[in-house]
Design a protein around this ligand. Structure first.
Ligand code: ADP
Ligand code: MN
Ligand code: MN
Ligand code: MN
Length: 336
């Protein structure tokens, strides 16, 4: 037994977009299962989660992984937030997904989330001339070379950290707007997708911090003729992945067409700035689905069409979306 550092991570009460908070407790390790990690508390009046006169909130560990930054037996611990009386805190969006999944485990929903983000130093995206603009978009997507991509050392370190933490990261790429990048998590189950995306976001902020760089998930970090940042959510159920699955996928698209506004409501703040109908998006006011169509709300990948089974890509979620809410909404609409 030896002393280890456990970084407890949770989502705060910031509106309209929740932010991440974390603090460290030194405990006896190593940690081999969740039950070894105690509940903890924090001052909710400093995180927009409580009033000053009754400010204690409860942290319950729900997912832990090796801490790739501190190394050794140190761990990262993702928590759900509860009120002092044990009831679910209003900021706890994971609880609803947890309950929903109890009824849908047999459909085996899988999610693959493409998390786009933008690096900033001061008020400019990383690599942009101070107070000015770089060359127009075109050469930057999946680019190579010091004049095309900015921040690769951070991206590489983040990817390695995710792998070391056991997060199911499946790749990275430089994006269309210079200073913008993407990583993908999945395919994994709904709760794992949410947990792993939130911890991967925490790792991104934490690693970029050491470079003096911030990462933002704002869906339109630069106004004008620059791509926004999304979180395309790839989704399948067992029946979609089985023979004849394409019919189930088309059926799901039809169901989704009737719930467009309900979905947009939980797909991230300021998404109207991004879903304009330009820059590989469909207007927020429309719903369309199509094979290989990157201008649609939902894209059915070419391989899915060709194989007659696979998954669909919901292109509407913004980069700042809460994966717990997005996964829950997709399951509600498609699986109920
Ligand atoms: P794009 O061509 O849209 O940029 P990416 O390669 O960035 O696609 O992301 C595709 C995502 O789809 C990955 O996160 C991957 O995990 C996910 N994915 C692959 N198969 C499935 C599936 N059957 N169900 C859900 N997600 C899937
Ligand atoms: Mn992608
Ligand atoms: Mn992308
Ligand atoms: Mn995509």
């Amino acid at each position: 037994m030896s002393k280890i550092k456990a970084e407890y991570i949770w989502m705060d009460g910031h509106t309209p977009t929740q932010k991440l908070r974390s603090k460290t407790t030194v405990i006896n390790g190593p940690i081999t299962n969740l039950e070894q990690l105690s509940d903890w508390g924090f001052d909710g009046s400093s995180t927009m989660q409580a009033e000053g006169h009754a400010s204690d909130c409860l942290l319950k560990p729900v997912y832990f992984c090796p801490d790739p930054i501190r190394g050794g037996d140190n761990v990262l611990v993702l928590c759900e937030v509860f009120n002092p009386d044990g009831s679910v805190h209003r900021s706890n969006t994971r609880a609803a997904l947890r309950e929903l999944m109890e009824n849908h485990e047999s459909q085996e929903p899988w999610f693959g989330i493409e998390q786009e983000y933008t690096f900033f130093t001061g008020r400019s995206p990383l690599g942009w001339p101070e107070g000015g603009y770089p060359a127009p978009q075109g050469p930057f997507y999946c680019g190579v070379g010091a004049d095309e991509v900015f921040g690769r050392e951070i991206v590489e370190e983040h990817m390695s950290a995710c792998i070391e933490a056991g997060i199911n990261i499946s790749g990275i790429n430089a994006e269309v707007m210079p200073g913008q990048w993407e990583f993908q998590v999945g395919p994994v189950g709904a709760l794992a997708a949410g947990d792993e995306v939130w911890v991967a976001r925490w790792l991104l902020y934490r690693i970029a911090e050491d470079f003096g760089v911030s990462a933002t998930l704002h869906p339109k970090p630069v106004k004008g003729d620059w791509n926004g940042a999304g979180a395309h959510t790839n989704f399948s159920t067992k029946s979609m992945r089985s023979d004849g699955g394409i019919d189930v996928i088309v059926d799901a698209c039809e169901k989704l067409s009737k719930k467009h506004d309900e979905h947009i409501a939980v797909y991230g703040a300021h998404n109207e700035e991004r879903l304009t109908g330009l820059h590989e998006t469909c207007s927020i006011k429309e719903f369309r689905y199509g094979v290989s169509d990157r201008g649609a709300s939902i894209r059915i990948p070419m391989a899915t069409q060709n194989n007659g089974k696979g998954y669909l890509e919901d292109r509407r979620p913004a980069a700042n979306m809460d994966p717990y809410k997005v996964c829950a909404k997709l399951i509600e609409t498609v699986c109920e």
